[in-house]
Design a protein around this ligand. Structure first.
Ligand SMILES: Cc1cc2nc3c(=O)[nH]c(=O)nc-3n(C[C@H](O)[C@H](O)[C@H](O)COP(=O)(O)OP(=O)(O)OC[C@H]3O[C@@H](n4cnc5c(N)ncnc54)[C@H](O)[C@@H]3O)c2cc1C
Length: 463
């Protein structure tokens, strides 16, 4: 978010001023205890990216064709869960039965005009250069590009941009292999109910083998990153979402400052190097927490001084190279999508709650905007929404997300990101989605025996 050099320069000055306690403050907590690498039956553990979800699948499969997927769905030990890159924070992919990966089913397999037909195991990071080779690009990208296409669709994965939809919003057709072994091609005209249910379906309806994606011309984007006082961001955020192709900001608790990022199309030549990295700033925020967590006013003063010395950053490159970056520091995360008009009020309440009750939190809170779509379980179903994402260092306790943050986001009309932490189930979710029952009816029709249902999904769907 903020250039490493600028942050380190500022940090050097800041830490010298803060004295010798800084050395102690750089010490990190020990690794959290993890699961055994194998279980009693000798099965190898699977863990998600952040490490909090794990399971010991009886069988792991990597099919190479729809026929192989269909065979496994019918006969492999259940529950059958398909996994992408394992980047979801919730227990969506866990199973004691069969874990299926589509890593062997990747790549672009055809074109329908400017729409790319993409196998669902394709990683977003591989899709960028493959589309660019044809002068095309995905309209938008999430913060990282490690996800598989199937996984991104599975949870409603999105980037930021008021006029830009989540990834599933650009899907015009897809092929679903159902637990009974049927292969269903669906779109708005063909099997529309399956299409409405399957575009965001948590891997609960079967396995998506391929999807047809709208693409855009592969344009260069200009990224501008700058830091400012939070009052200014609150005053101008709405206008920035209107004005810029992509706008998002990160609010740093205990600083009253934000880092702001815009991306806009440009004909300027690509710049060399200088791509953003967020690890240095996060590391500094962690040190501030360790050093000054006992005094919010002191911490605010120090962190504010440190952040505000970072210089603006300007980078130009093709969009697929800029929109996603790396996240080298692991975290757990909750993200809710709120009616746009409630987003800033909810964010203020979240920051106030963290500053009041959780001095250990140092990750910034991310605010984005996403255009609406009509997939039944899309958090953006019906209208565009504003998202608020609260991150928590992977070594820190994260139960506060449920107890302190989730109630605020719910009060403001939020729907949870399916791949990120929340503890809503059954009736609570049904109240948030007008087509919840329609989705459950399609699920029941396609998977009457519940072959795809692990305990987590059973809780969500109340079955
Ligand atoms: C560091 C980090 C950054 C992130 N940034 C963003 C972001 O900017 N925006 C955002 O919206 N989210 C973000 N996420 C969340 C992430 O995009 C989602 O959790 C996404 O689902 C992960 O994709 P995956 O390939 O890892 O899928 P997994 O987590 O492996 O699976 C997700 C779901 O999709 C299902 N699934 C996978 N493949 C298929 C298939 N072929 N057919 C049917 N179902 C399938 C699985 O069964 C599961 O239910 C981030 C996560 C991390 C860890």
């Amino acid at each position: 978010m903020i250039s490493r050099r600028a942050a380190l320069t500022a940090a050097g000055a800041g830490l010298v001023a803060l004295g010798t306690g800084a050395v102690l403050a750089t010490r990190d907590k020990p690794e959290p205890a993890g699961p055994a690498s194998t279980d009693n039956a000798g099965r190898t553990v699977w863990r998600n990216w952040s490490g909090i979800q794990y399971c010991y699948p009886q069988q792991r499969l990597a099919p190479t064709s729809e026929g192989e997927i269909a065979q496994a769905l019918k006969s492999a030990p259940g529950p059958v869960r398909v996994v992408g890159a394992g980047h979801s924070f919730t227990a969506l992919a866990t199973t004691a039965g069969t874990m299926m990966s589509l890593d062997q089913m990747a790549g672009i397999i055809g074109w329908d005009g400017d729409q790319a037909i993409v196998r669902a195991g394709t990683r977003l990071g591989d899709l960028g250069p493959a589309l660019a080779a044809k002068g095309r690009a995905m309209a938008n990208l999430p913060d990282i590009n490690k996800q598989s296409l199937g996984g991104a669709l599975g949870t409603g994965t999105h980037g930021t941009g008021k006029a830009l939809k989540a990834i599933h919003g650009d899907v015009t057709a897809l092929t679903l292999v159902t637990p009974r072994g049927e292969v269903i091609a669906c779109s708005a005209d063909q099997e529309p109910e399956v299409f409405n249910a399957a575009r965001v379906s948590l891997g609960a309806l079967g396995v998506i083998s391929q999807a047809t994606l709208r693409t855009t011309a592969n344009r260069r984007l200009h990224r501008h990153v700058w830091v400012e006082p939070i009052e200014q961001t609150f005053a101008e955020a709405e206008a920035r979402w209107d004005k810029h192709r992509n706008f998002e900001f990160y609010a740093f608790p205990f600083t009253d400052m934000t880092a702001n990022i815009t991306h806009d199309e440009t004909d300027l030549a690509a710049t060399i190097g200088g791509h953003s990295e967020d690890d240095s700033v996060l590391e500094l925020m962690r040190i501030m927490r360790n050093l000054l967590g006992f005094s919010t006013p002191l911490r605010k003063a120090a962190a504010k001084a440190l952040i505000s010395t970072s210089r603006p950053e300007d980078v130009v490159d093709e969009g697929w190279k800029l929109l996603s970056t790396d996240r080298p520091i692991r975290f757990n995360e909750m993200e809710f999508h709120l009616p746009a008009e409630n987003q800033l009020a909810a964010l203020k309440a979240v920051i106030a709650a963290i500053e009041r009750e959780r001095p250990d939190i140092f990750f910034p809170i991310e605010a984005r905007r996403i255009a609406g779509d009509d997939a039944w379980l899309s958090p953006f179903q019906g209208a565009g929404r504003g998202s608020i994402a609260v991150h928590c260092y992977y070594k820190d306790e994260f139960a506060f997300l449920y107890d302190l943050i989730q109630p605020i986001l719910l009060q403001h009309g939020g729907r949870p990101h399916w791949g990120k932490l929340h503890n809503l189930q059954g009736a609570q979710l049904a109240a948030l989605y007008p087509n919840w029952k329609d989705f459950l009816a399609v699920r029941q029709r396609l998977d009457p025996e519940g072959r795809m249902l692990n305990p987590y999904l059973k809780g969500l769907f109340n079955v």
